[in-house]
Write a protein that binds this ligand. Sequence first.
Ligand SMILES: [Zn+2]
Ligand SMILES: [Zn+2]
Length: 147
Amino acid sequence: MLEKCKTKEGLCQCADWKNGTAADWIDHIMRDYKFDRLLLDYHDLEKDFEIRLCQIGGCNKCGGQICIGTVLRPSELLDDTLARIYDEASKRWRWYREDEGFDEVFVQLFRGRDQQVARLWLDLVRAKAAALVPGEEDAHAEEGQIL
Ligand SMILES: [Zn+2]
Ligand SMILES: [Zn+2]
């Protein structure tokens, strides 16, 4: 669960995360895990590198960190990779938080120029979704409009 995750500092000491059984972790997480934030650890979105989505939280008992993140594989198309990250991150976010404001959380997962890429992708997804709403097409179908 924690292998290769960079979140090693101040790790929770209550369970044996390396050699313990999953049953021990699950029990501990159910009781004492408090979600804090999502973090995206990646090298390059467009190449064949692992993308690690960290779901970092704190332990109620010892105050240490617990990450129950996952690894995502990039797709051939950047759009698909972004969709995959969005799906996984929003699902995890919604386990703990309200839906509103997630789009901004999503954008902030990325670094530098990738934030603009993520924002453009979101705009495109929203525009496509709006175009599919029945009855809305006529109102928006002005000449010269692309979407
Ligand atoms: Zn602990
Ligand atoms: Zn992690």
